[in-house]
Design a protein around this ligand. Structure first.
Ligand code: PLP
Length: 217
């Protein structure tokens, strides 16, 4: 099962983030040995422990909600933070990146689902934030695109609509704010249950856990 999805996506330009949260080191190594190098985690402590134990050419992506006081633990190594949902978090990432003398790539998380439990900015907030240009002095972060999660529902049309909405926001931001910025290029949307719909709607980065590793308890 897992082999086929890695192979399937390898034939495309779509980046696969293998979501390894809760999964043990041996399982991750198994997938690593099939060539996969990008892994996603949502808990800081867990990511730090796995990063220390596993091969150093793994690129670790933070995909879940991130508390500001924990940024310092992943700042030395994290490759991409998908879940930036506030200006204050962005500022903290910038500060910790500077301490580590590096630039950290981030995505802005957009709230496209109807559930209140899902984090993120709404469209208006993002545009306001970018227009203010207060983020421009944050030279130790690089805004590389957007991330979103669709509503957990069996209604495919709703999921499709939410992904389409996120793609539209991405395209608008690209032309209005990042036209000459090649690093603004990632649209992270789609998980095990909805990645095909997400790709149809223009996703170029999918975060897939249970389809690769089996279900989580
Ligand atoms: C857990 C998680 C995933 C992967 O979920 P699966 O349904 O197992 O593919 C993707 N994105 C985020 C933000 C997650 O927390």
């Amino acid at each position: 099962m897992y082999t086929s999805i890695i192979e399937e996506l390898n034939k495309t330009d779509i980046t696969l983030v293998a979501v390894s949260k809760t999964k043990p080191l041996e399982k991750i190594l198994e997938i690593y040995n099939q060539g996969q190098r990008i892994f996603g985690e949502n808990r800081v402590q867990e990511m730090v422990e796995k990063q220390e134990a596993l091969p150093k050419d793994i690129q670790w992506h933070q995909i879940g909600q991130l508390q500001r006081n924990k940024v310092k633990y992943i700042a030395p190594f994290v490759a991409l933070i998908h879940s930036v949902d506030s200006r204050r978090l962005l500022e903290e990432i910038n500060k910790q990146a500077a301490k580590n003398e590096r630039v950290i790539d981030v995505l802005l998380q957009v709230k496209i689902a109807e559930e209140d439990s899902k984090a993120g900015w709404n469209e208006e907030e993002i545009f306001q934030f970018l227009i203010d240009e207060n983020w421009k002095p944050l030279v130790n972060i690089r805004i590389c695109g957007l991330m979103g999660m669709a509503t957990f529902t069996s209604d495919e049309n709703q999921v499709k609509e939410e992904f389409r909405n996120l793609k539209n926001i991405f395209d608008k931001l690209k032309t209005q704010h990042f036209k000459h910025d090649d690093s603004f290029k990632h649209l992270s949307m789609g998980m095990s249950g909805d990645y095909q719909l997400a790709i149809e709607q223009g996703s170029n980065m999918v975060r897939i856990g249970s389809l690769i590793f089996g279900s989580r308890q």
